[in-house]
Design a protein around this ligand. Structure first.
Ligand SMILES: Cc1cc2nc3c(=O)[nH]c(=O)nc-3n(C[C@H](O)[C@H](O)[C@H](O)COP(=O)(O)OP(=O)(O)OC[C@H]3O[C@@H](n4cnc5c(N)ncnc54)[C@H](O)[C@@H]3O)c2cc1C
Length: 500
């Protein structure tokens, strides 16, 4: 082995979790190699181009890019490697189009949001404020401390001594779910359904299964740091992190698919690529999902006991059916917001192709589409099983039928959508699996049943010495700011382990 093929840290995958971890470690002086199977970085926060359109493949509602506090983890990750991004503030987080005419905008200004919601549920005025104010308590605790590895006892002690009340607050909320807190204050069943949707649209489970820590983060940060879109598209986040990684001395290789994590006497010591190349690392970080890591990159017959247990507690969430559309400008009524949620019947909220999520990033950054056109990305949860075992003709026919059903539903908010279509690309759970390298195209882990908040979620270390996981199958879960948290925590733990 030559010294050039021995790295301090090898990161498998350049999703945001992997890149934050890699940049943090490179900034601390570690020799870091990132191996990415695809041709560009970013994973679910990547992009693709068609003619003059630049589409986000997944994430588009971006938290963590604010300028204050400690929870703006994407801003902080970029800062750490001396790079930055221009962002565009989104004045409304989501415009909800829900059953029984519940048509509501979540304004960036907290009081305006409360007013909008209270206008629909005046009899719940007090309960609404109490619930969302309690979310702020969680957020204020998080936002007063440096968010690093909860697996590092000296850090925990330091933070506790510096901020005892914030730590006790977080300890109190860690085992709680948002639905239980909401039910303490709110009785109206339709309002509780709304809170379910407030959670479902990012956790893909209803409020009673959504950890309060995550809810506190999302429901408050949208009014604090706010939702901010990166100029040039979401893909810029990963591209800029890569620029920072390289500036800090790290290396990234694309089209470098890891097929095996190499172990010696039970310890992870390197990786093998599909082309047969081998790299050795003192520490190996997997940004692939836990299912991919333990079932594909390591021998499935020796999956560690605690991973089996974790899989009994968490399951893969559905993937998505995605429509990437280029549309004529005239399709969007004046005053249209960037993000929408559409649901016609509460019974359908969690079913396949029930809730539709919409993002129109060109309302914030018109340069992502040709002049006179907009991008509409509409997606809806869907299971891979609905798309397996089909002939090519059946697959294409099913895609087309599903796409037109979705377009017909979207006509309710964008009349003339069908007539104004300039471009349409349909992605299924199979597409997500293939391009994002995620088993079954899953969006990430969801609890199999109601759990104690975030208590069951795994941190970064694994049962295999030298192997760490980072990204959405680690604490605290899905979302770019959440995986950035995981990246900070993972790098922190590794830096301590390597004595950096
Ligand atoms: C449709 C959709 C919409 C979303 N909307 C939002 C949103 O609005 N806001 C938000 O915050 N979040 C959103 N998310 C969630 C968010 O995008 C993810 O939680 C987050 O990007 C996951 O990051 P990650 O670091 O876990 O890794 P991933 O994004 O999964 O990246 C992992 C990377 O590892 C690579 N890889 C995997 N296996 C290997 C291997 N064997 N060898 C080499 N490379 C490998 C993959 O190619 C990939 O690049 C959305 C997700 C989807 C799918």
């Amino acid at each position: 082995m030559t010294s050039s093929s021995l790295f301090d840290v090898i990161v498998i995958g350049s999703g945001i979790g992997g890149l934050v971890s890699a940049t943090q470690l490179a900034a601390k002086g570690a020799k870091v190699l990132v191996l990415e199977s695809y041709v560009i970085p970013g994973g679910s926060a990547g992009y693709f181009e068609h003619q003059s359109y630049r589409f986000d493949v997944g994430a588009s509602m971006i938290f963590g890019m604010g300028s204050k506090g400690t929870t703006n983890l994407l801003t902080r990750a970029l800062d750490a490697v001396n790079v930055s991004l221009e962002t565009i503030a989104d004045p409304v987080q989501i415009h909800y189009h829900l059953p029984n005419g519940l048509n509501l905008k979540v304004d960036r200004v907290y009081e305006k949001f409360l007013q909008n919601l209270t206008a629909y549920f005046p009899h719940e005025k007090v309960g609404i404020r109490r619930f969302y104010d309690e979310c702020w308590q969680v957020f204020n605790c998080l936002n007063s401390i440096d968010l690093l590895s909860l697996e590092e006892p000296r850090y925990l002690l330091r933070v506790f001594l510096q901020h005892p009340l914030a730590c006790l607050g977080l300890a109190k909320y860690l085992p709680q779910n948002a639905g239980d807190v909401a039910r303490r204050y709110i009785k109206d069943p339709q309002l509780l359904q709304f809170i379910d949707m407030e959670c479902y649209c990012w956790s893909v489970v209803p409020a009673n299964m959504t950890p309060m820590i995550n809810a506190g983060m999302v429901f408050s940060d949208r009014h604090y740091g706010g939702v901010n879109y990166p100029k040039g598209g979401v893909g810029k986040i990963a591209q800029t992190l890569v620029a920072g990684l390289e500036k800090a001395g790290g290396t990234i290789q694309y089209q470098a698919r890891v097929t095996q994590i190499l172990t010696e006497r039970g310890k992870a010591v390197g990786v093998k690529l599909a082309n047969g190349e081998v790299y050795q690392g003192k520490r190996i970080v997997s940004n692939a999902t836990r299912w991919d890591t333990f079932e594909k990159l390591l021998p499935v017959e020796s999956i560690p006991h605690n991973e089996k247990k974790w899989q009994q507690t968490y399951q893969k969430s559905p993937s998505f059916l995605s429509l990437h559309m280029g549309v004529e400008k005239s399709v969007l009524p004046p005053g249209t917001e960037c993000h929408h949620i559409l649901l016609e019947d509460w019974q359908e909220m969690t079913v396949s192709q029930g809730t539709i999520f919409v993002s129109i990033p060109t309302l914030l950054d018109p340069d992502l589409a040709p002049r006179g056109y907009h991008i509409i990305h509409a997606f809806t949860p869907d299971w891979i099983d609905n798309w397996q075992g089909l002939s090519e003709t059946e697959y294409e026919a099913r895609k087309e039928a599903a796409a037109w059903r979705m377009i017909e539903r979207l006509e309710q908010i964008f009349p003339g959508l069908n007539a104004g279509l300039d471009y349409l690309e349909v992605g299924t759970p199979r597409t997500h699996r293939r391009f994002l390298g995620r088993q079954d195209g899953t969006y990430g882990p969801i609890p199999r049943r109601k759990l104690w908040g975030l208590l069951g979620m795994r941190f970064n270390r694994t049962a295999i010495p030298g192997l760490y996981c980072v990204g959405d199958s680690t604490f605290p879960g899905q979302g770019l700011n959440a995986v950035a948290f995981s990246g900070f925590a993972c790098a922190h733990r590794i830096a301590v382990d390597l004595g950096l």
